[in-house]
Design a protein around this ligand. Structure first.
Ligand SMILES: [Zn+2]
Ligand SMILES: [Zn+2]
Length: 111
């Protein structure tokens, strides 16, 4: 990260299990956006991440830089979920990988 690529100030901890936009201009519950999030944003190579609605993703695009993002999926913000940069989603580690699930289904249909 360089001074030319600002990330927004990371505010207070906000429960993200409802997958709501965490934009909060005053960093208080009263100023929370709370719209359904459509984007999951990873700010840097660490684990600081946020959820944003479509409007606030547009605001982020105009105002800040980020490391990666993807559309919100069911596993986003699950405890211990893993961010998959190439697949552009989060995955809960206990779930079988889709390729493996397909392979199992194909094997299971053979005589
Ligand atoms: Zn929002
Ligand atoms: Zn995610």
């Amino acid at each position: 990260m360089t001074p030319n690529t600002p990330t927004p100030p990371i505010g207070r901890w906000v429960y993200d299990g409802l997958q709501q936009c965490s934009y909060s201009p005053n960093d208080t519950p009263a100023s929370d956006c709370n719209q359904p999030a459509t984007w999951h944003i990873l700010w840097g190579p660490g684990d600081e991440h946020s959820l944003a609605c479509t409007d606030h993703m547009a605001y982020v695009d105009r105002s800040y830089t980020y490391f990666d993002r993807h559309h919100v999926c069911p596993d986003c913000c699950m405890p211990d979920a893993v961010w998959l940069e190439i697949e552009k989603r989060c995955i809960y580690p206990d779930h079988p990988a889709p390729a493996l699930a397909v392979a199992r289904a194909i094997n299971g249909s053979q005589p």
